[in-house]
Design a protein around this ligand. Structure first.
Ligand SMILES: [Zn+2]
Length: 258
C-alpha cells in the first residue's frame, strides 16, 4: 500500500518537474529567464493563472487551447509532463527507495531522467544538443559512480566505459564530416557509458542503432522518398539507454538472445 502510494507520488512529482522542463526547453538560448518570469501564452502573451498550470490536467480541461485567445497549445506540454511522470514512477517502482542510500540514488535517477528528457525534446526541436546538457548528464553519471564507490562497488571498466563507448560515435562523426553522426551524440554517449557501464552501455548503443534503423525505414516508407533532412540521433540513444536502464539488459544478454 505504501509502495503504490510512493509510486503515485513519484508520478505526480514527475509531472510537476516535467512542466518545469518544458519551460527550460522553450526558453533555453532565447534570452528569457528560466526562473523569474511567470509562464505566458506564446500567442497573446497573457500570464497564466495557477489553475492553468496544473500539469496534464489543465491542457486536457482547456481542450489544448489558450483560455484567452483560443490559440492551440503545443502537444509538447502534456507529453513531456506525462513522460517525466511515467519515468519517475518507473524509477520508484523498479528501484524502491528502501534505505537512505536508495532514496539518494532515486533522487539522482530523477535528475538524470529529467536531463535526458530535456535533451530528447531539445534535439527533436532544434537538431542540436547544447553541450552544457550533455556535460551536466555526464557529471550526474559521475556522481552515480561515486555513490556506488561509497558502498564499495567500483570497477575501472565503468570509468573507461564513457570514452570507450563515445569513441565509435566520435569516429563516425569524424569520418562523415558530421553527416552520419553529430559530435553532440558522442558527447552524450560519454554520460551513457558512465551511467550504465561498459556491458549495459554497449547494449544501449546497439538498441539505439536498432531503434534508429526501424524508425528510419518507417519514415522512408511513410514519406515514400529518401530522407533528406537529418534525423536527430539523441532520441534513439536515450531510448536505448532508458530501456537498458529499466530492464537490466546487457550486451552479453543481448548477444545470447541473438
Ligand atoms: Zn493566448
Amino acid at each position: 500500500m505504501v509502495f503504490i502510494f510512493s509510486i503515485i507520488v513519484a508520478f505526480v512529482l514527475g509531472t510537476i518537474i516535467g512542466s518545469f522542463l518544458n519551460v527550460v526547453i522553450l526558453r533555453w538560448n532565447t534570452g528569457a529567464s528560466i526562473a523569474v518570469d511567470r509562464s505566458r501564452c506564446f500567442s497573446c502573451g497573457r500570464t497564466l493563472r495557477w489553475y492553468e498550470l496544473i500539469p496534464v490536467v489543465s491542457f486536457l480541461v482547456q481542450g489544448g487551447r489558450c483560455r484567452s485567445c483560443g490559440s492551440r497549445l503545443s502537444w509538447q506540454y502534456p507529453l513531456v509532463e506525462m513522460g517525466t511522470g511515467v519515468l519517475f514512477a518507473l524509477v520508484v517502482w523498479l528501484f524502491p527507495p528502501l534505505s537512505s542510500l536508495g532514496a539518494l540514488a532515486d533522487a539522482l535517477y530523477f535528475a538524470i531522467v529529467s536531463v535526458l528528457m530535456v535533451i530528447v525534446v531539445y534535439d527533436l526541436r532544434h537538431k542540436i544538443i547544447p553541450d552544457i546538457f550533455s556535460y551536466f548528464f555526464a557529471f550526474l553519471a559521475m556522481v552515480l559512480i561515486m555513490l556506488h564507490a561509497s558502498v564499495g562497488i567500483f570497477d575501472w571498466w565503468t570509468l573507461a566505459a564513457g570514452p570507450l563507448l563515445a569513441l565509435p560515435l566520435f569516429l563516425l562523426w569524424l569520418v562523415s564530416g558530421g553527416r552520419w553522426m553529430g559530435l553532440g551524440d558522442a558527447k552524450l554517449t560519454l554520460g551513457i557509458g558512465w551511467m550504465l557501464g561498459l556491458n549495459a552501455g554497449g547494449a544501449a548503443l546497439v538498441m539505439a542503432f536498432w531503434i534508429g534503423a526501424i524508425v528510419g525505414i518507417a519514415l522512408i516508407i511513410v514519406h515514400r522518398m529518401r530522407l533528406k533532412s537529418e534525423v536527430p540521433f539523441a532520441p534513439f540513444l536515450i531510448a536505448g539507454t532508458l530501456i537498458v536502464f529499466f530492464t537490466g539488459l546487457t550486451f552479453t544478454s543481448l548477444a545470447l538472445f541473438l
